[in-house]
Design a protein. Structure first.
Length: 150
């Protein structure tokens, strides 16, 4: 009887078939496709052909400045402004834009030349640029000075 009980246990194990582990690839493929679609949707491509940029061109000729009289705007470290060497009070950007229009006279788009002191605040230069924008003048340049070696 002892042998019979051992045989039943053996038969019980033999009767059970061992299943092979199976890796289901379909969910993994679904996750990869979702990630791929997400990356395709969120990626932005640079297309420089859609940007219309007019780049400035340099030349050694002074013909551009000779045809129009530039407006020289100066600002010092104490926020004192001058338009064409005439001291002008700054009472706001709109009023300064009107002063630029008066200095331009009949010129449609004069060049605004900003002469800013090295210790002038950024805001004072931005005020001049904003006044030129309000006045409708888009040609702005800055004067610089070469540093002398001592």
């Amino acid at each position: 009887m002892a042998n019979a009980s051992k045989g039943q246990q053996m038969n019980f194990r033999r009767g059970r078939t061992r299943e092979e582990p199976e890796i289901n690839l379909i969910p993994m493929i679904d996750v990869l496709l979702v990630i791929l679609i997400f990356l395709m949707v969120t990626t932005s491509y640079s297309n420089f052909a859609q940007l219309q940029i007019n780049l400035p061109q340099a030349s050694g000729e002074e013909g551009a400045l000779a045809s129009s009289k530039p407006i020289h705007v100066a600002v010092d470290a104490s926020d004192h402004y001058a338009v064409n060497s005439v001291r002008t009070a700054f009472n706001g950007v709109v009023d300064f834009a009107e002063a630029l229009r008066k200095a331009a006279g009949d010129q449609s788009d004069p060049t605004i030349v900003i002469n800013a002191d090295a210790k002038a605040t950024h805001q004072s230069v931005i005020n001049i640029m904003e006044a030129a924008r309000i006045a409708g003048y888009g040609r702005i340049t800055f004067t610089t000075q070469n540093q002398q070696n001592k």
